[in-house]
Structures are given as structure tokens and as C-alpha cells.
Design a protein around this ligand. Structure first.
Ligand code: AMP
Ligand code: MN
Ligand code: MN
Ligand code: MN
Length: 276
């Protein structure tokens, strides 16, 4: 089976490596087909594509769109779209705007519990300030000794009900799917096992997603346990979704799985890459 890794990040969003280095590393790890999927930006795609071509590796355009569904932040991946599409680029610009202001409010919330200077601290980790994210705050909280690792950051801070969490206006599910499909792309729900949805809520979400033309879900993900893989393989078969596979690599030493180094798709699933 092809080694396809369809989910990873560069310094254009919250990854640690420049886009060209991500592609070169994927090729060195034996990846046959790569998609770079930075959060809410297409900026890294040309450099990643050029580096993939230089290494003789297949590449498809990708993006990870932040959406809000029933007050939860959910991520929808888009693939194989026209990256010059105006509505897609405008839509992503709309959800990027306000990240800096959100970050200032996050820092103000952290200051209330005695953690000062988090805005400047987080910005030091953000190569692209307009994409300032919780990942950059997380790195700062580890670097400054507030937390021992990223996992404990997201247990104690930056999540609903904890200091440093600030709600944000993301895209709607219909917006994200409209932009991706309008640009000729295919959508996939990112790491569905990570959302705090009950089983009936997950079914309601997937039904709505399918009704809006959503075609795929990630089954094998760097954020999934084996139990998640089994659950979402079953749901992909039941709903007739294409199945995707992605490491969600953010950087060496930070991510649980390196590029291309994760299990193959379970048998009996239709791989999304057959549709590219
Ligand atoms: P934002 O787009 O600003 O809401 O930030 C979301 C990013 O924070 C994700 O893309 C991850 O990079 C990071 N993140 C969120 N939750 C976790 C977690 N539990 N562990 C590690 N990183 C996380
Ligand atoms: Mn991220
Ligand atoms: Mn994500
Ligand atoms: Mn991701």
C-alpha cells in the first residue's frame, strides 16, 4: 500500500519546520504522497510542492480549516483544491483575522492567574504572527517552566473551563465545505476521535457533514488511539466515507508520530487518495 501522509504543519501555521523541510523530511521517511495541511492558510503550499517535486514525491494541496460546531472547535481538512480560488482564500483570511486579538485576550486571562508576559512569549514561537495559535502558547508555557509538556498544558490551560481559554469565531461547517468544494477539493474530518462529542452527537455531526457533501474522515491519525481507529473505520464503512491517514506532524520531538510513520489504513476502507 502507498505510504500517504495527508496531515502535517509547517512554520506557516504552528509547525516547527519550514514547508520545504517538511516535504524533504517526508520524502526521506519514505512517504509516497504528501499533503501539507497548515491551519487556515495556503502559504506553505508552493514551497512544499516544489520540494516534493525535487524529491520525486507526489504532493497534493491541503489545508486544515478551523470551524465551530455546537460551540466546539472542530477541524476540517481540504485536499486537492485550486489554491488560487478566490472564495477559499478570502474565507481563510476571514477566519485568520482576529487571531492576534484573541491571543491578547488569552494572555490577559493567563495574567489573571499569575502568568505574565504570555503574549510576547507565545509570539516568540510564531514565525507567522497572523496564525498565532494555542500551540505557540503551549510551547511558551513549557519553555517558561509553567508546564512540563504540551500534554499537561492542554490539561490545565487553554481549553474550555481552564485559564487562558478564549472562544473565537471560526468558520461554520457549511462555510468550510463550501470553500473546499467550491475550489474543486475534497473534505475530510480531521482526527474525529479528539472531539468531546457523545456517540449520538458524533452521529449527528457526521450526518450533517455528509448532508453538506462531506466525503471523507481521518481514520488513522497521530491523534488517535487504536480504539479510535476501530471506531472511525466502522463509521467510515457505515456512512460510506472515504478514509484518510495523517500524522498531524508539527515538529521533531513534539509530535507522537513522525511523517509517514504510522499504521496503514485498516482493510476494507476506500482510501481518499484514490479520489485525487
Ligand atoms: P488554535 O487553532 O489556536 O485553537 O490552536 C489549536 C492547536 O493547538 C492545534 O492545532 C494543536 O497544534 C494544538 N493543540 C490543541 N490541543 C492539543 C493537545 N491536547 N495537545 C497538543 N497540542 C494541542
Ligand atoms: Mn496545530
Ligand atoms: Mn487539528
Ligand atoms: Mn493538524
Amino acid at each position: 500500500m502507498l505510504n500517504c501522509d495527508l496531515h502535517c504543519h509547517s512554520t506557516c501555521s504552528d509547525g516547527l519546520l519550514p514547508a520545504a523541510d517538511v516535504a524533504a523530511r517526508a520524502a526521506a521517511n519514505g512517504v509516497d504522497l504528501l499533503a501539507l495541511t497548515d491551519h487556515d492558510t495556503l502559504d506553505g503550499l508552493p514551497a512544499a510542492q516544489a520540494a516534493a517535486a525535487a524529491a520525486g514525491m507526489r504532493f497534493v494541496n491541503g489545508v486544515e480549516v478551523s470551524i465551530e460546531w455546537q460551540a466546539l472547535q472542530i477541524h476540517v481538512l481540504g485536499y486537492a483544491f485550486d489554491r488560487d480560488d478566490a472564495a477559499l482564500n478570502d474565507g481563510l483570511a476571514t477566519i485568520r483575522s482576529g487571531r492576534v486579538e484573541r491571543a491578547q485576550r488569552m494572555a490577559a486571562e493567563l495574567a489573571k492567574v499569575g502568568i505574565d508576559g504570555a503574549f510576547d512569549g507565545a509570539m516568540r514561537f510564531a514565525a507567522n504572527p497572523s496564525l498565532i495559535s494555542r500551540a505557540h502558547f503551549g510551547r511558551h508555557l513549557v519553555d517558561s517552566g509553567v508546564c512540563k509538556d504540551l500534554r499537561s498544558v492542554f490539561e490545565s490551560y487553554l481549553v474550555p473551563g481552564r485559564p487562558g481559554y478564549v472562544a473565537h469565531r471560526w468558520a461554520t461547517l457549511a462555510d468550510a465545505l463550501g470553500w473546499i468544494h467550491g475550489a474543486g477539493g475534497i473534505a475530510a474530518v480531521a482526527h474525529p476521535g479528539r472531539y468531546k462529542l457523545s456517540r449520538p452527537e458524533m452521529r449527528r455531526f457526521l450526518t450533517e457533514y455528509k448532508g453538506l457533501g462531506g466525503q471523507a474522515i481521518e481514520v488513522v491519525s497521530g491523534s488517535h488511539t487504536q480504539e479510535h481507529v476501530d471506531t472511525f473505520a466502522r463509521l467510515a464503512r457505515e456512512y460510506g466515507f472515504l478514509a484518510s491517514r495523517g500524522s498531524d506532524f508539527h515538529g521533531p520531538g513534539e509530535s507522537y508520530f513522525d511523517l509517514g510513520r504510522l499504521a496503514p489504513l485498516p482493510d476494507g476502507l476506500k482510501p481518499i487518495w484514490d479520489a485525487f
